[in-house]
Design a protein around this ligand. Sequence first.
Ligand code: BGC
Length: 773
Amino acid sequence: MNMTDRPSEAAHEFAGCWITDNSIVCDKARSPEPMTVFKSFSIKKDVRRAVIYATAVGNYFVTINEEKITDEMLAPGYTSYAYALQYQEYDITHRLAQENEIVAVVSGGWAVGRYGFTGKARAYAPRQLFRCDIVIEYDDGSRQVFSTDESWQVSTSGAYTVAGLYEGVCFDARKSISDIPWKNADKADWKYHPGIRPTYGVLAHRQEILKPVEMHPSKRGGTIYDFGQNCSAVICLDIKNAKAGQQILVRHAEILLDGELFTSNLRKAEATVRYICRDGRQFFTPELTTMGFRYVRVQGIEPEDLTITAQVVSSLDAPTGGFACSNERLNQLQSNIQWGARSNFVDIPTDCPQRDERMGWTGDIAVFADTACFNFDTARFFDKWLQDVIYDQGRGGGIPLVVPCGQYPLPVLATAGWGDCASLVPWAQYMKNGDTGLIERQYESVQKLLGAETFWSGFLHFGKKRHIWKWPVQLGDWLSPGEDLKQWMRKGPWIATAYYYHTADIASKMAERLNKQEDVWKYQALMKQIEDSFRSVFTDGDGKLFREFQSAYICPIHFGMLSEAERMKMGDHLDELVKQNDYKINTGFLGTPYLLFALSDTGHVETAYKVLLNEECPGWLYAVKTGATTIWERWDALLPDGTVNLTNDLESEATATSADQDIEDQNAQSMTSFNHYAYGAVGDWLYRRVAGLEALEPGWKRFRVKPVLGGGLTWAEAYTQTPLGTARVHWKFEGDLFEVTIEVPSGASCEVVLPNGERQILSEGQHHITCHA
Ligand code: BGC
């Protein structure tokens, strides 16, 4: 694929029509009954190549002769379905016999029935649809095609009787193909006519297997297993000595309290696997769902008859970047950041993998994109999702709070941070890969967004307030500790105006790269106006805010607003605030990623390190100290007294006797996820300042190594894969001797700035430099 072009419309023209089972009734509050599809087909000898092309409205997987043909999960992936739908192509040449059976199971997935926490989602279709062509090419040049039509069979009484992203699954292993009451499929029309294209994102897929690190009996019966890592995964059950009809129930949770599963924070997500055995030995792992968990409770089987593992599910493969240093807690933080990313890059960038959301909240990825790009190859994943940002952008330029948002009933407005995903995400990816095609594709969307931001900041605002962005809805300092929604929102205008400036800045830089000089001037002029408004409305003209709070200083400093002198003064005031707060963070989603930059880049390195290394709540290492293996949604998700920050408590788990009762008692309002990547955006500072590794040009043709020493660290290292090869740094500091080893990929150059102020330009190869600091 040419890097500058998005994949074209379908390479494969489906001969098959959409089929469904008209008996399925979609209830918006639940996932519909899974639809099982069946077709037997015979083929001739001498097959040269056999391929399945398949897609669905819903999620699906396919087996050929009872074997699943791919490690991919949740096909066809989530796109803004009214505009684009992916199809998959699977080579089955070596799986065919003369007589064959294809079975597909289609759940509601993201498209039909329940999705999103309000329970008000509109479905893309009243029931699941499936479409498939099996294309056989023979050595003699002939071809045979088996395409979905009314001769295919469907049933809602297949082995999967429940399958949903939130529900989990219910699977009856006693049902074989011959027991299922089949009927002919119904031909279906679909009101949407999206471009049906080969997979152009990265489907979530099965990855490594985690074994339990600990197990103990549950007071509620059954056994609790600990997999040692919170993640997005599915369990794998290897069952011995089963009796037909024996029911195994598996519940999932992120944490234990008093040794028992804590499930209240899942809200209305049942996250349950119910497996009904056939006789003897058997193996099961669910499809059509994933769960966010570290612990499971298994009931209905003796531990000696079960080998249980968890298989990680993510769209991200092995990291392509790494950071380590002499502080073990920071290394655990880095591990938590990477696991947070892996758990939430599940076809789309989600907020969390466990509760009844798992949606593409745009603000979360806006602030995390830079860190993600350092750690993983995200190019294809972002490219697909950014296409949905374009599809879902409102006519007025607003960006929905969740993308894809097609079925979600939220108004499409301009909200700072969340909407700015349209500029921040492509810019982060562009700095990583230097793919001008990406910014070419996204530029118009950024322009439209700026149009919306300009409209709303000017709404009922005149004179010097003209560019203060307040309306229509700001989430402001979302989740800043110790405050509530109203307080976060009231802090909106400071943060929003700074993000508005930042997006104008990105637009001007994009325009420069795209040789649109007039736009460069236009956006630079806009930046100047925003800056003037900010200065005259919020500051005394000399870098001091009339209303002070951490995020209100952080954003303008980091986005390069105001003059250098004003920024340095703002840095001093921020430093003061942080010290007054005992080096504790006081920021929400939008200020947090840049707090340490704002401090260190205005000369407050010691304060930055003290905040980073603070182990009290709120602070990054508080969660690490408490045993977290991922990043939490709230700084105080687990309170210092060991309880969870929820109004509801363990009661539901302690008293309920079935999974359904566990759910009934939950506090649907609670918002306490132990796996939200947003605060992991500090990873960017670990790479850029602690290790000192930073691109100076998109695509890393020029980069810098300039470690910021402090925090008692005696060594640090980082690497990231760039389009030219791996850029790597390792430094150590002993006594007053500083040593650094730098790897410069071929075709790149590196400016190294040593602690004694000396600068050198390095060309490709490995370099070892020492100096006295
Ligand atoms: C999500 C967040 C999101 C926020 C915005 C929450 O429910 O989990 O991460 O950004 O809503 O309102």
